[in-house]
Design a protein around this ligand. Structure first.
Ligand code: NOJ
Length: 563
């Protein structure tokens, strides 16, 4: 594989609203992030992705952008941003922005001008479509519930609708229009010229639309079909848009890009993230895909460690087959905390945080760590729907109630699957509001902040934070870094509840085995003949390699052995 500057790096996602608040308004900001750059450097990460920081009404927490070339006042201003990029650079950290170009905010001046004059240039930036037979143009259901169609504001009763695959306040941009595409390329280049080294590309599959706006077979009793199913159908039409985007923006600055892309196939993986792909890499969202195959929380299955491993391993094999690069994750701002979602109940704690971290950090590709994961943050305990802020959780709550769930059942369901789990403030110390803010935090603070926080773990041997530091160091080490980045991946079937795989390199005669035991029963596994020169590279939760070449892993034990 041709080497790229970002191969071998470890990335970290910041959710700016919840990272660190420097001015006491209860919302995180850029100066707060600047104040924590030393922390990120100490952790050992090289790339930091910032979820959106642009001006926004925050209907969908900034994924509804009202101005693409500015900073939301609540986060700071462009000078703060320039300082952040420069200060990060001093610490060998590159900043990656969130590129949300499937839709903008209904507060964006493009949308306002478009609604004010249906013949304006801006009207062509959106999908303004006539209804069919007195109804909306098709039966697609938006990601947040309800039809993807809404009457164009100011033109109610005129049988003209705009498309929004997400919230009503997020009108879809019309990528079919070259003028709109040019606008998008310009804004990407604006940030490249300001020093960002790449982009995380949001909801990109949704940009292709079938302009005849057909119905799809209903997938629920509401007669509608989830918009994601239309994306899957149109996947092979996206190429020209993404090639143009790459060539007119990312390519000129050798950017690192990571796509939020679900529904990948062997063919599309190679086109999206192969050596000549539209993007540098794609997130491994296979677990989410498995869960979101169901249109509502109420049908979401729970995933066992084996389900988790099955998803992750399938992805590893898929990408390896076509020489593509993947970005493994266990959580992000759209998902519950990985340790609470994929680990059994008895491992939803600091022990399990290290178990799952060991599995994640040696996979092929570029691992992403989500803020708080490095201290083992678990799901937040939400007691009432009023404690949620997320538009998705609120709409799902409504759906659950309409389907006969009691309030307590509906809240429990939102608490299990909700996106706010991972969006609660970062836990810095045991002071009020976990040291996140001196004001009133915009979202409730995690219940365990008194004991679960950075201060109690930083520099403390055996803590989850220290373990992450060691994992990252090993992952990037001169001796083993290349095998973790480029080496062959093979799954290892040991037993139910045991997640194991190898990384190997024929040329350099290296083989590394990674084993994690999520069962309560102890695991004894012989490494066989290969164990003669075996060396433990790292281990967690008292896992050991015995002199006879057997590894012994108690509940949550994890070990990485070079053979
Ligand atoms: C994916 C983002 O990660 C999510 O937070 C957002 O709600 C949707 N895309 C819409 O932008």
């Amino acid at each position: 594989m041709e080497q790229k500057w970002w191969h071998g790096k470890v990335a970290y996602q910041i959710y700016p609203k919840s990272f660190c608040d420097s001015n006491g308004d209860g919302v995180g900001d850029l100066r707060g992030i600047i104040s924590k750059l030393d922390y990120l450097q100490a952790l050992g990460v090289d790339i930091v992705w910032l979820s959106p920081i642009y001006p926004s009404p925050f209907i969908d927490q900034g994924y509804d952008i009202a101005d693409y070339v500015n900073i939301a006042p609540v986060f700071g201003n462009l000078d703060d941003f320039d300082e952040l990029v420069a200060e990060a650079k001093k610490r060998n950290i590159d900043i990656v922005m969130d590129l949300v170009a499937n839709h903008c905010s209904s507060e964006h001046e493009w949308f306002k001008k478009a609604c004010a004059d249906l013949n304006s240039e801006e009207a062509g930036y959106f999908y303004f479509v006539k209804g069919k037979d007195g109804k909306v143009p098709n039966n697609l259901r938006s990601y947040f519930g309800g039809s993807v169609w809404e009457p164009v504001p100011g033109h109610e009763g005129e049988d003209i609708y705009y498309s929004h695959y997400f919230a009503k306040a997020q009108p879809d941009l019309n990528w079919n229009n070259p003028k709109l595409r040019e606008q998008v390329f310009n804004l990407v280049n604006f940030w490249i010229d300001r020093g960002v080294k790449g982009f995380r590309v949001d909801a990109i599959l949704s940009i292709v639309k079938d302009l005849s706006f057909p119905d799809l077979p209903a997938d629920d009793t509401d007669g509608m079909c989830h918009a994601a199913k239309m994306n899957a159908k149109l996947l092979d039409r996206i190429g020209p848009y993404l090639t143009e985007l790459r060539d007119k923006t990312f390519k000129r600055a050798n950017c690192f890009t990571v796509g939020e892309v679900l529904t990948v196939t062997t063919d599309s993986v190679s086109k999206f993230a192969g050596p000549d792909g539209y993007f540098s890499t794609l997130f491994d969202l296979s677990c989410r895909e498995k869960i979101e195959a169901f249109p509502h929380y109420r049908e979401y299955p729970t995933l066992s460690p084996d389900d988790f491993a099955e998803c992750v391993f399938n992805t590893q094999e898929l990408y390896q087959k076509v020489d593509a690069f993947v970005a493994p994750i266990i959580e992000n701002h759209d998902e519950p905390r990985g340790v609470s979602y994929y680990m059994p109940e008895y491992l939803q704690n600091q022990v399990g945080a290290k178990t799952i971290a060991t599995v994640l950090m040696f996979l092929r590709g570029i691992p992403f760590i989500y803020q708080g994961q490095e201290i083992g943050m678990t799901n937040t305990k939400f007691a009432s729907i009023d404690e949620f802020d997320d538009i998705f959780a609120k709409s799902e709550y409504q759906d659950l109630i309409e389907h006969g769930y009691s309030d307590a059942e509906a809240v429990a369901c939102c608490a299990r699957h909700g996106r706010d789990n991972a969006r609660t403030p970062m836990l810095w110390d045991d002071s009020d509001n976990a040291g996140f803010t001196t004001g009133k935090p915009w979202l409730r603070v995690h219940q365990d902040y008194k004991t679960l926080n950075v201060k109690s773990q930083f520099g403390v041997p055996g803590s989850t934070f220290s373990y992450y530091q060691q994992l990252i160091k090993l992952r990037k080490s001169e001796e083993y870094g290349p095998i973790f980045t480029y080496g062959r991946f093979d799954r290892l079937n040991i037993a139910k509840g045991v997640i194991a795989y190898t990384r190997s390199c024929d040329k350099c005669h290296q083989k590394i085995v990674i084993i994690a035991n999520t069962n309560q029963e102890e695991l004894r596994y012989s490494l066989g003949d290969q164990a003669a020169n075996a060396k433990v590279l790292i281990s967690a939760n008292s896992a050991v390699l015995c002199a006879d070449g057997t590894v012994v892993l108690g509940c949550g034990g994890a070990i990485v052995v070079a053979l």
